[in-house]
Design a protein around this ligand. Structure first.
Ligand SMILES: [Zn+2]
Length: 369
């Protein structure tokens, strides 16, 4: 272990102010780390907490951080996030990489201080797949059709709230990824939300996850090691903090709603639509079509309505942040605002029985684009 240098001044630039903090950055195995004790001090969390079974849990008021030694999964303010690097133990305490402090912990705890969260007038909704590209499949319906159906429901909610919506496809058409991002990049004052559903050969895999672009110099969530492409600065990296905050706003809304799907986390990936878009951009995977319970939920129109409404709510929370510098609501805020439901729902309710056959009878809509 090398402590290098003993003390280093890190400036967190926020809202035009520079917070000078003596973070005492230390270098372990060639990477900069900050101690959880320092993080606790800075964010006014309880200090000198003692880990139980490699878990360290810090919570005060509305802010909480739960880390596990050796893991990239952390829980911040009640939902799961994936760090770039695992939490390590050094000098009798736990440490988080400096990159994770700047790219995850800080924007998750203080989104209202992140500069460059600009207002927008248009939401670009990107229903995944289409045409011969069917995406995943459940016994009820294909991913491409669920994605279009949900996107239309999100569109309707956003339009009701007065936002403009552009869809990268509004029919069962195949659209190349580069055409989707070119369409988006031609639109000023916008954000980009891609709607997908998941599938896995592992039939037990289930739950919701959301992606924003991997920061430069960090492995994507799916990988343990850095790849050469992780060193490339993509268009998407120009607004990576804003994308992260948009993802968080939507993700907290999803988990604060009564969707009852498991929390797989806010993750990082270098998907084509996240790399090439020049505006805040996220990709949501709304449950596993390969998982029986998830598939039943997604096949229910009621569930898709709720799901779309929760996505729209998250987008509007991001808009509030952009317009009013008001931090997006957390999952717990949504739950607390529903009478008799102050704790997360642990058990999956019996899913709405699927009617079988085509569940998306209302799918065809005049092709507009
Ligand atoms: Zn997909």
């Amino acid at each position: 272990m090398i402590t290098w240098p003993a003390t280093l001044l890190v400036l967190l630039l926020a809202a035009g102010q520079a917070f000078a903090v003596d973070w005492q950055v230390s270098r372990f195995a060639g990477r900069d780390y900050v101690s959880i004790d320092k993080i606790a001090e800075f964010y006014n969390l309880p200090r000198k907490a003692v880990p139980t079974e490699k878990n360290l849990s810090l919570a005060r008021a509305r802010r909480s951080l739960l880390v596990t030694l050796g893991r990239r999964e952390v829980e911040i303010n009640g939902v799961k996030y994936l760090l770039s690097f695992p939490v390590i133990a050094q000098e009798g305490g736990y440490w988080i990489s400096r990159l994770d402090l700047g790219k995850t912990i800080e924007p998750a705890f203080r989104p209202e201080l992140v500069p460059g969260v600009k207002t927008f007038t248009t939401v670009i909704l990107d229903p995944g797949h289409g045409g011969h590209d069917k995406g995943a499949a459940s016994p009820y319906e294909l991913e491409k059709n669920f994605a279009l159906d949900v996107s239309r429901r999100v569109r309707d909610e956003l339009q009701k709230a007065g936002l403009r919506v552009m869809m990268t496809r509004n029919s069962d058409a195949f659209v190349e990824l580069q055409d989707r991002t070119a369409m988006a990049n031609a639109k000023q004052s916008s954000i980009f939300v891609s709607i997908h559903f998941n599938a896995s050969p592992n039939r037990d895999a289930n739950g919701l996850e959301i992606f924003c672009i991997t920061p430069r110099g960090s492995p994507s969530t799916e990988y343990d090691e850095l790849l050469v492409r992780d060193m490339i600065q993509e268009h998407g990296n120009e607004s990576e903090l804003q994308s992260f905050i948009l993802a968080g706003a939507i993700y907290h809304s999803l988990h604060g709603s009564s969707l009852t799907m498991c929390d797989r986390g806010l993750k990082r990936a270098r998907f084509a639509v996240l790399r090439a878009t020049k505006m805040p951009a996220v990709l949501i995977e709304g449950g596993f079509l390969s998982h029986p319970a998830d598939a039943r939920l997604v096949a229910s129109k009621d569930w898709r309505n709720k799901y779309a409404a929760a996505i729209a709510t998250g987008i509007l929370e991001y808009k509030k942040l952009a317009d009013l510098k008001k931090a997006p609501r957390l999952a717990a805020d949504y739950r607390n605002s529903r009478p008799g439901e102050s704790t997360p729902v642990a058990a999956l309710p019996s899913p709405t029985p699927a009617t079988g056959g085509v569940v998306l009878r209302d799918l065809p809509e005049a092709a507009e684009n």
